[in-house]
Design a protein around this ligand. Structure first.
Ligand code: HEC
Length: 186
């Protein structure tokens, strides 16, 4: 593993973003939003020793992940680009399974995606940020393992997805962009 992928990233670590309202569990005393002391120490050490990075390099690494058919260890033979090639949409809808039901969900372009987060997403309507949404697509559509939100890979994928929306107005909660609506699809 390249050292860059060992970087810890400062920021929120509500890894359960997809599993439901994580803060509820926290409020009930079940989940601590802070990193454990040993991880904080490792982060401090890393911040003192890490090599400088650039946004351009991060976006490039994200592009590789976006086009990687083994992202999330998935066995579908698909990558993010299978549905969102170059940040566009192949059109139509994808099947999403939830609580034993299969529903049709229209495939959006990603040209506006980054500017719309955080927002409630998925059938469970959990409020997620862009990384949470990327993970949701990995789990729901690539049938793969989500990325660790503290990993550089999660940041790089989000950096690439964000690059599609460069210059767009920040509009948290905005609706996805579906150029050709699909009758009967969410
Ligand atoms: C099989 C098709 C498919 C694949 C593969 C796929 N997605 Fe998606 N993606 C969708 C659908 C369908 C939605 C809309 C979900 C919804 O409305 O809840 C979506 C929504 C999104 C959104 C939110 C767009 C918005 O404006 O709300 C982002 C960001 C996203 N996908 C990124 C990714 C990334 C990153 C990958 C690869 C890890 C990926 N997708 C793989 C079908 C796919």
């Amino acid at each position: 593993m390249k050292p860059i992928y060992k970087r810890l990233v400062l920021g929120a670590t509500l890894t359960a973003a997809l599993a439901g309202p994580a803060w509820l569990a926290f409020a009930e005393g079940g989940m601590d939003p802070y990193l454990p002391p040993d991880e904080i120490k490792a982060m401090m050490t890393m911040m003192m020793t890490m090599e400088p990075d650039t946004l351009k390099a991060s976006v490039e690494r994200g592009k590789v992940l976006f086009n990687d058919t083994s992202l999330g260890h998935n066995k579908t033979g698909q990558s993010c680009a299978s549905c969102h090639p170059g940040g566009n949409t192949i059109g139509g809808a994808a099947d999403m399974e939830w609580k034993g039901m299969t529903m049709k969900v229209a495939i959006p372009t990603l040209k506006t995606a980054a500017s719309h987060f955080p927002k409630p997403a998925g059938p469970m309507k959990a409020v997620v940020d862009l990384m949470g949404m990327d993970n949701m697509c990995i789990m729901s559509f690539l049938k793969g393992d989500p990325l660790d939100r503290n990993s550089q890979a999660a940041v790089d994928l989000a950096a690439y997805v964000t690059s599609f929306a460069s210059g767009k107005k920040v509009d948290p909660g905005g609706a996805k962009t579906v150029p050709t609506p699909v009758p009967g699809a969410m």
